[in-house]
Design a protein around this ligand. Structure first.
Ligand code: NAP
Length: 251
């Protein structure tokens, strides 16, 4: 049975893999057998060293996904590793301000990365899956704010709600090609992205007080779910966004 979870011989492209959740997922996928094409704005030296230590290949593709054309990233990954079987759209940013004061810049920067780059990279990789004739797995990183409204993060909520909808649409369109498109919605995870929240004693206490698990999540908490969604074990799961949130949404 566990063979269905093996990713031996697979190639995964992971965006934003130099730190945080992207690094955690890249290491989980490598431990399950994947070679990794890591797309990062900054050099992913630590992730590269850790993937190599697991005995897998790591190719670093440096790009600003908010502005870079995406096709060359796919061409580079395939040139280096031969194919792509899995795409994890993880790179994402957040901007905080009151909706009354929120700037167009903070709107555009978040939407360009969290939603537009995710769509066009998925499109380029899906074309590669179809050319390979092999099907494939796309895993989009959503958020609690794919389900809830949040506060003071209007472009983030719009982008992550959009990620949930796009995940469904792409699953509908690409299922005939053997492509699964699913999402992972992390709860409140201890990374750079949430440093400001954790440093605000009042917000930190409020958040911890409503997480049934009683702790912030970690990048390791996403490893089992991403391996599942990247593997044959989830072949009949499509268009679904799985919350990995210590029970937050159940509350
Ligand atoms: P993080 O530590 O800040 O990591 C974000 C990653 O995205 C970094 O690798 C970053 O690279 C990359 N990135 C940012 N802008 C980029 C750009 N223009 N081009 C290419 N890469 C870029 O945050 P994280 O918490 O791990 O976030 C990862 C994903 O999880 C995001 O989509 C986030 O929205 C989502 N998420 C996080 C939480 C949470 O609680 N932490 C909860 C729900 C969802 P640089 O280091 O070079 O900037």
């Amino acid at each position: 049975m566990l063979d269905k979870f093996s990713l031996a011989g697979k190639v995964a492209m992971v965006t934003g893999c130099n730190t945080g959740l992207g690094q955690g997922m890249a290491l989980g996928l490598a431990a399950a057998g994947c070679d990794i094409a890591g797309v990062s704005r900054r050099a992913a030296r630590e992730t590269s060293a850790k993937v190599h230590a697991l005995g897998r290949r790591f190719v670093a593709i440096e790009a600003d996904l908010a502005t870079a054309p995406v096709q060359p990233l796919v061409t580079e990954a395939v040139g280096a590793l031969g194919r792509i079987d899995i795409l994890v759209n993880n790179a994402g940013i957040i901007r905080r301000d009151d909706a009354l004061d929120f700037s167009e810049k903070d709107w555009d920067e978040v939407m360009d990365l969290n939603l537009k780059a995710l769509f066009f990279l998925s499109q380029a990789v899906a074309r590669q899956f179809i050319a390979q004739g092999s099907g494939g797995k796309i895993i989009n990183v959503a958020s609690m704010l794919s389900f809830q409204g949040g506060i003071r993060v209007p472009s983030y909520t719009a982008s992550k709600s959009g990620v949930l909808g796009l995940t469904r649409l792409l699953a509908n369109e690409w299922a005939p090609y053997g492509i699964n498109v699913n999402g992972i919605a992390p709860g409140y995870m201890a990374t750079n992205n949430t440093q400001a929240l954790r440093e605000d004693a009042e917000r930190n206490e409020e958040i911890l007080g409503r997480i049934p698990a009683g702790r912030w999540g970690t990048p390791e908490d996403l490893q089992g779910p991403v391996i599942f969604l990247a593997s044959k074990a989830s072949d009949y799961v499509n268009g679904y966004t799985l919350a990995v949130d210590g029970g937050w949404l159940a509350r």
